[in-house]
Design a protein around this ligand. Structure first.
Ligand code: ADP
Length: 286
């Protein structure tokens, strides 16, 4: 029989149990958040989202991780882009993650960023992941409660593009403090930002800022900024929606080189200082 102490409709209810009933918990929605691993202590969870693949979301996530690590913060990257994982390759992490009775241990990059990715769990990282949405989403939950993250100031979650099962699961299951939306000048920026904004708003998660990648190219001869993909509209969209422009990253061949060589731990990125400042504000509130 329904429990009258927690149920708003117990008197008129003939259910055997409260499970799955919207009236349970005094009519309050039940939290769908997953429990963190007992050996983890994570202060802030930040998501990086994009409308489509290839806009440089992983590049932005890793750059932000490097920036935070260089300032002395303890940082982790959860590679939730399960069908297109690229974080381990960027940092030259090969082989499998170790596991113990307590959980799975993340791998450490040369600049002390902790990483967990499907590529560190599959014997052959070249095998395609062809699982359906619910299984992918379940894996993200495992990355949260089965991985021993230890003490982290920031866990950056590199999300798959779009608004599918995995981003939804991350928003529902993890205590996300905010997201950055990564776009490129070619994107239908306004539509993509609005979609991401609406999804985050429905989950009561703030959009911390917009980051434009491939904003321009610096001419190697004269140093002039060339807007290769046309005029940027990011500021316009940000102003209209009252969101911060948290960074404009140029096309920088050095970043690609380091990423392709698995040496991204050496990559410095001066273009994300505004994003860093937005994250520091979160820390001040601690
Ligand atoms: P996404 O995660 O959005 O799919 P990636 O971060 O994997 O995209 O970037 C796609 C490719 O573009 C990668 O090879 C990456 O090294 C390269 N890339 C991304 N951003 C830049 C940049 N600002 N300058 C140079 N190369 C970049």
């Amino acid at each position: 029989m329904a429990d009258s102490s927690t149920c708003s409709s117990a008197s008129s209810c003939d259910r055997e149990s409260c499970e799955g009933c919207p009236g349970a918990n005094g009519g309050q929605p039940q939290s769908m958040q997953e429990e963190m691993n007992a050996y983890s202590d994570i202060k802030h969870v930040i998501g990086d989202v994009s409308g489509k693949g290839g806009v440089g979301k992983s590049m932005v996530t890793a750059s932000l991780a490097n920036l935070l690590a260089s300032k002395g913060y303890r940082v982790g990257i959860m590679d939730a882009d399960i069908t297109g994982p690229s974080i381990p390759r960027m940092y030259g992490l090969t082989g499998l993650a170790e596991a113990s009775e307590e959980g799975i241990l993340p791998r450490l990059t040369d600049n002390d960023v902790k990483v967990m990715s499907i590529n560190l769990l599959l014997p052959n990282p070249e095998d395609p992941v062809i699982w359906r949405g619910p299984i992918l989403a379940g894996l993200v939950k495992q990355f949260w409660h089965d991985v021993i993250w230890g003490e982290l100031d920031y866990l950056l979650v590199d999300m798959p593009p779009g608004t599918g099962d995995v981003p939804l699961t991350v928003f529902q299951s993890l205590p996300v403090d905010g997201i950055f939306v990564v776009t490129s000048p070619q994107d239908l920026v306004k539509m993509i930002v609005k979609k991401a904004y609406k999804m985050a708003e429905e989950m009561h998660i703030p959009v911390l800022g917009l980051i434009e990648n491939y904003s321009y190219l610096i001419c190697p001869d004269c140093g002039k900024e060339i807007p290769v993909f046309g005029k940027s509209r990011i500021q316009e969209v940000a102003d209209e929606m009252g969101i911060l422009v948290a960074g404009k990253m140029p096309i920088d061949p050095k970043l690609t080189e380091l990423s392709d060589a698995g040496e991204f731990a050496k990559a410095e990125n001066p273009y994300l200082e505004a994003a860093y400042a937005a994250l520091q504000i979160l820390s001040v509130k601690d």
